[in-house]
Write a protein that binds this ligand. Structure first.
Ligand code: 9MR
Length: 388
């Protein structure tokens, strides 16, 4: 079967695209994905859930969640990690499991095992799922580079269908398109280059949403973007470009429910929170809900003393959330993981040999799963925000 023929088979039969050989290869590949035993995934049921960020946010009608990685549950601290999530959040975002590079490690393999583990964990603990992400020009498996432009477009369509067919009704929210903007790709429209933009031009965005709505009628569909928060030139470019994309999507009546703003805050960048709040008003005026989707704080330019750093991180959470949550279009807040040692920044630092002084402290819980000042800053911002 030619490549296009195989992709066509994928599209029409959804998840049952496997040839026998591909199925065996898929099993072999999924064996490499560490998933925790059911007993670990179930740990935490019945723990008190009232004094938690999830409960405090829910009192005001806001969903609090965090990104979650199934492989963390298989580590020695896995049961405590699971308990923390069961207690603290109302929704989990798949940090890796639903990315195209995870689901499609090779051209003819569609491996859902890790993603199934995440949906099972969410169901066990009655947590909502934010599916991250269907279409992202950046995080694509390397084998896609060998596809023609037409084949890449075909894959995008088939991928949205296959993933949503499998999980229809099980995710409350989907990040349909992630990070469409990348000024450093040097296009006049500031769009991120990649196989799906090449296939359909800017309308790969509207096309993805229309297709997602067709296969998942009930979930909220989100356009997720980074780097809109800072007061520098990059922030201005992102805000301006995102607003123009949103106006176009609105004119096209594309089924976009919410705008996801990632909010990876940093000690290294300038902020102007009133300016950011004005940007949120512009998004809300277009009729979109706003979700803060990947909140954390890069503390690398703050003082090294842990207690001083924690205070600066907490103050940044406080100032940022106070401004952002004053807008009632903001209906959900997600941190990128919950505990410092499971952050992407931690793993990046470990590979650069971080020690106790330099290890990042970006999140509301420390490496022993204890609350930090950032927890209190987030809780207080939730308590002070107007109800939705
Ligand atoms: O935290 C994620 C990291 O573990 C992955 O290696 C990386 C590439 O898939 O993605 C990280 O999450 C990113 C998210 O998907 C999109 N916004 C930026 C996040 C941090 O880099």
């Amino acid at each position: 079967m030619g490549r296009r023929g195989r992709l066509a088979h994928d599209m029409t039969s959804g998840t049952t695209l496997f040839t026998r050989r591909a199925a065996i290869a898929a099993l072999a590949s999924s064996a490499a994905v560490a998933t925790a035993p059911k007993s670990v995934l179930a740990a935490g049921l019945g723990t008190g859930r009232t004094d938690s960020l999830g409960a405090i946010a829910a009192e005001k009608g806001v969903v609090f969640g965090a990104s979650f990685a199934v492989h963390e549950t298989a580590k020695p601290q896995g049961a405590r990690y699971a308990q923390l999530y069961a207690r603290e959040v109302r929704s989990i975002t798949s940090e890796l499991e639903l990315k195209m590079s995870s689901l499609r490690p090779a051209e003819h393999i569609l491996s859902f095992d890790a993603a199934d583990g995440l949906f099972d964990f969410a169901a066990t603990h009655a947590l909502a799922v934010r599916g991250h992400t269907l279409v992202w020009n950046d995080d694509v498996p390397p084998w896609i580079k060998a596809l023609s432009t037409k084949e890449a477009g075909y894959l995008m369509d088939a991928h949205i269908e296959a993933v949503l067919e499998r999980y229809r009704g099980r995710a409350a929210v989907w990040d349909v398109v992630n990070e469409p903007i990348a000024p450093w790709d040097n296009r006049p429209d500031n769009l991120r280059a990649g196989p799906f933009l090449a296939a359909y031009g800017i309308d790969y965005i509207a096309r993805s949403f229309e297709r997602a709505r067709r296969f998942e009628p009930n979930a909220k569909l989100v356009l997720n973007e980074a780097f809109t928060e800072t007061a520098d030139e990059r922030g201005e470019t992102y805000r301006r470009t995102l607003l123009s994309i949103l106006k176009r999507l609105k004119d096209q009546a594309a089924p976009v429910d919410a705008v996801g703003l990632q909010c990876h805050l940093s000690s290294r960048h300038p902020y102007d929170f009133p300016r950011f709040a004005a940007f949120l008003h512009e998004i809300a005026a277009l009729g979109f809900e706003i979700h803060l989707t990947e909140l954390d704080v890069d503390d690398s330019a703050f003082p090294r003393l842990a207690s001083a750093r924690d205070a600066r991180v907490a103050a940044l959470y406080r100032d940022f959330l106070t401004a952002a949550l004053s807008n009632t279009a903001v209906t959900s807040v997600t941190t990128w993981q919950l505990a410092d040692h499971t952050s992407w920044m931690h793993y990046r630092a470990v590979s650069a040999n971080a020690d106790a002084t330099t290890a990042p402290r970006p999140l509301p819980f420390d490496a022993d799963f204890n609350r930090k000042p950032a927890w209190m800053a987030i809780a207080n911002a939730f308590r002070a925000m107007p109800p939705r």
